[in-house]
Design a protein around this ligand. Structure first.
Ligand code: GDP
Ligand code: FO1
Ligand code: CA
Length: 308
């Protein structure tokens, strides 16, 4: 058996960790959004890949949700003193990872190969795969013009009216070798969409290399986990985005966005009008700790008919 999970950062990394506790590396391909990636101070920044990696390594910061728990900020403070751009904070230990990734990329490796190396170095057995090795920067369209993703998310704290989201990944973008290999596996038994932001984390991946159509064509069940807990986002701008983009609030807007891709929908709300062809699975979807993460993964895998 084999499963593919599509993951963004915070929500993605939590479910990725649960699945990694339940499946062998050979049974799971973790596919991660690259729409947030950008260059800063000469370093290639890959927030969602690194969040998943740090989570799987047990190193992620609990309260920030990005970067490492055990961190110091000497380089950042020194950059500030130099008058360098400091709106985006890189911790000292995080910088070490970035230096290594830049060196791997400079030596001719692609992003997948660089991440596999770094995962091995961190002792992570389930190496996350970027959805593509190409640059696919997400652009946020606002009334006052376009914003690059990190300008929108970090500089503006996502506190702007969004007219639309433009994905960097196109029909002709080449999917990563890890994702292609997983899609080609005859034993592929299901695709899991993490409770990541549907517009900012999952949308960019589905738009890349016709992934949405490729998934539909595989004819395996697709399970989606709602990012809504008790009717609200755990964190992040998903509610505001649904309002701005003219979608219904809550689970209804998520279901509308994913459309006929969804076979199974995991939510904690028992008041969902399920569209035809969607099986709604009601239960706790908040992942407070490792036990919650593994339990939710088990419920999803059971519903997809996985062998324990
Ligand atoms: P980002 O890339 O760091 O912004 O994170 P993601 O896109 O992966 O996930 C953000 C979404 O995850 C938010 O909409 C949250 O509501 C959702 N989320 C975070 N933690 C949980 C959780 O424990 N359970 C569920 N169901 N959703 C969560
Ligand atoms: N998010 C912030 O809000 N402020 C930061 O200074 C910041 C630094 C940062 C450094 C490395 C990294 O991998 C992620 C970082 N993030 C930061 C998080 C991140 O850019 C956003 O949360 C995501 O792109 C949205 O998923
Ligand atoms: Ca993200």
């Amino acid at each position: 058996q084999h499963f593919i999970a599509l993951c963004g950062g915070v929500g993605g990394s939590r479910l990725a960790d649960g699945l990694a506790r339940r499946l062998d590396p050979d049974e799971l391909t973790l596919v991660v959004n690259t729409g947030d990636d950008f260059d800063h101070l000469g370093l290639r920044i890959c927030p969602d890949l690194d969040t998943v990696l740090y989570m799987l390594a047990g190193l992620v910061s609990g309260e920030r949700g990005w970067g490492r728990e055990d961190e110091s900020w000497n380089a950042h403070q020194t950059l500030q003193a130099l008058g360098a751009p400091s709106w985006f904070q890189l911790g000292d230990r995080d910088i070490a990872l970035h230096l290594y990734r830049n060196a791997l990329l400079a030596s001719g490796r692609n992003l997948s190969q660089a991440m596999a190396r770094i995962a091995a170095g961190l002792g992570v057995r389930h190496a996350p795969a970027p959805v593509t090795d190409e640059a696919t920067p997400t652009t946020i369209v606002t009334d006052d013009g376009d914003l690059s993703f990190q300008d929108y998310f970090v500089k503006h704290r996502a506190d702007v009216h969004v007219r639309g989201v433009r994905y960097g990944g196109q029909a002709g973008t080449i999917l990563s070798a890890g994702l292609e290999a997983a899609l080609a596996r005859p034993e592929l038994a299901g695709i899991i969409i993490a409770p990541s932001n549907p517009f900012l984390s999952i949308g960019p991946m589905l738009a890349t290399g016709r992934l949405r159509e490729r998934i539909a064509a595989r004819n395996v069940p697709v399970a989606v986990v709602s990012p809504y807990v008790n009717g609200a986002a755990v964190k992040g701008p998903v509610e505001r985005l649904q309002r701005d983009l003219g979608l219904p609030p809550g689970d209804a807007g998520v279901l509308r966005h994913y459309g006929d891709l969804v076979d199974l929908f995991f939510t904690d709300s028992d008041r969902i009008a399920a569209p035809a062809g969607v099986r709604v699975v009601v239960g706790d979807t908040l992942m407070r700790d490792a036990a919650d993460r593994a339990n939710l993964a088990s419920r999803i895998l059971a519903a997809l008919g996985a062998q324990a």
